[in-house]
Design a protein around this ligand. Structure first.
Ligand code: 5AD
Ligand code: SF4
Length: 440
């Protein structure tokens, strides 16, 4: 066993990044690195960055700034930056933060042990942002912390959609699906180690299998996963509305283990803006799919992503987004002000929207969403939901928490021994982003 060393890791951005960090931890555990929450104690500091929106990028920069001080305290410390910002800036990150030792891109996680070894022996810096045809890090198996019942599983990487505002296809590369047998093996391994719920990750899971020669597709993969003993719940994210097929919608009826929730980013309710975003569906197409989903699965919860202030978005276009929200009534929506990302095709579009207008629209939209979320949650008061118990509540360690199949957090007084079990809980109080329950 190598000497005990400490790893401090900080993650920004999406679930994909969270899972990448879990894979980094797993790889480095084998090299003798134990995770610490105390950066000052670390031998290796890694930040896994996100640059999908300007705000995420700023957060990553301010974190990097704080690392300078750590290097002054401990000149032997190795500091690495991974993720989308690293992919985007590569060696240029050294100009912004000369104290960095390592910059690694989104396809190079599997090379980390080797690169760290090289830095130690040669005392030089390393940049590795090459795209590999087959993303090796996709297959790194991670086991969630002891007692953890829910786990992420990456089923594909990259994106071929090129929405005009989005850097992901440039920073995570072209879409590539993992072999279905690999995925099944990994989930069987997780189930054997106590995992009861998996969340399948990909930028657009609906097109899973398109890059594979064996004719696999997403509904077929879901069916195979549902046959794995020990797995009780299956979730997935994210879905592109244009690829949400009738076959997949039917899975909500035929696959019992499939959770009654879908994250279906709409981005805008205006057809003009959707076209400029290169989303390739209309608001009517979207609403029709929602209707089909609700016909098949009446209580399905639907969440979304929405961008305000996209170039050319008039008051009327924004109103169409509000109208769509009123029609659909999302359970929850993540909303963002448009931010320009270098290299994306939006560059060619005119009609920049002033920040004050974006802010006004964002706060209008968020108030409406809060109202809808609260109304939907209020309707659940008095009902009984099956909760998969995950552990102690974040708000109050005297309580435990879990999720409904519809992905709503429920806090309740209960026995920590029920972690990993699905228990019936009566909903007694609704909040905007969670529910209070009572075990029955
Ligand atoms: N500006 C604002 N929001 C963005 N998103 C992606 N790119 C941008 C951008 N340039 C949002 C989309 C996407 C979510 C993950 O981030 O809503 O669904
Ligand atoms: Fe970005 Fe569009 Fe791909 Fe989602 S589908 S990752 S928004 S390009």
């Amino acid at each position: 066993m190598p000497d005990q060393k400490y790893l401090y890791i900080k993650t920004f951005g999406c679930q994909m990044n969270v899972h990448d960090s879990e894979q980094i931890e797993e790889l480095l555990k084998k090299e003798g690195y134990q995770k610490t929450d105390d950066a000052k104690r670390a031998d290796l500091v890694i930040t896994n960055t996100c640059s999908i929106r300007e705000k995420a990028e700023h957060k990553a920069y301010s974190m990097l700034g704080r690392f300078r001080h750590l290097k002054e305290l401990n000149p032997e410390l190795i500091i690495g930056v991974g993720g989308c910002l690293a992919q985007q800036l590569g060696r240029n990150l050294f100009k912004k933060a000369p104290y960095l030792d390592l910059v690694f891109g989104t396809h190079n996680i599997h090379l980390l042990p080797e690169m760290i070894q090289q830095i130690k022996s040669n005392k030089n810096r390393i940049v590795e942002t090459l795209f590999h045809e087959s993303v090796k890090s996709l297959g790194i198996r991670t086991l969630p912390d002891n007692g953890c019942v829910s786990s992420y599983v990456t089923i594909m990487q990259g994106c071929n959609n090129f929405c005009s505002y989005c850097v992901v296809p440039y920073l995570r590369g072209r879409e590539e699906s993992r072999e279905s047998n690999d995925i099944i093996d990994e989930i069987t391994f997780l189930a054997d180690h106590g995992v009861r719920e998996v969340t399948l990750l990909g930028q657009n899971v609906n097109s899973y299998g398109e890059t594979l020669p064996d004719g696999s597709n997403f509904p077929a993969l879901l069916k195979r996963i549902s046959d794995i003993k020990g797995i009780e719940r299956i979730r997935f994210t994210t879905s592109h509305p244009k690829d949400l097929s009738d076959d997949l919608i039917r899975c909500y009826d035929t696959i019992n283990k499939l959770c009654k929730h879908i994250h279906l980013p709409v981005q805008s309710g205006s057809d003009y803006i959707l076209k400029r975003m290169n989303r390739r569906y209309t608001s009517e197409d979207y609403i029709k799919k929602v209707k089909k989903l609700r016909e098949i699965c009446p209580n399905v919860s639907i969440t979304s992503d929405i961008i305000v202030g996209f170039p050319g978005e008039s008051d009327n276009d924004f109103q169409k987004t509000i109208d769509l929200m009123e029609k659909v009534r999302f359970d929850n929506a993540f909303s963002f002000k448009f931010s320009f990302r270098e290299g994306t095709s939006v560059e060619k579009l005119n009609g920049n929207i002033e920040d004050s207008v974006k802010s006004k629209r964002l706060s209008m939209l968020q108030s409406l969403q809060e109202k809808h979320s609260m109304e939907i949650n209020k309707n659940l008061e008095g009902s009984v939901a099956n909760i998969l118990v995950e552990g102690f509540s974040k708000n109050d360690q005297a309580d435990i928490m879990g999720r409904t199949s519809t992905n709503k957090i429920v806090n309740f007084t209960g026995d920590i021994g029920t972690v990993g079990k699905i228990v019936p809980v009566k909903i007694i109080k609704a909040c905007t982003h969670s529910l209070r329950g009572k075990m029955i």
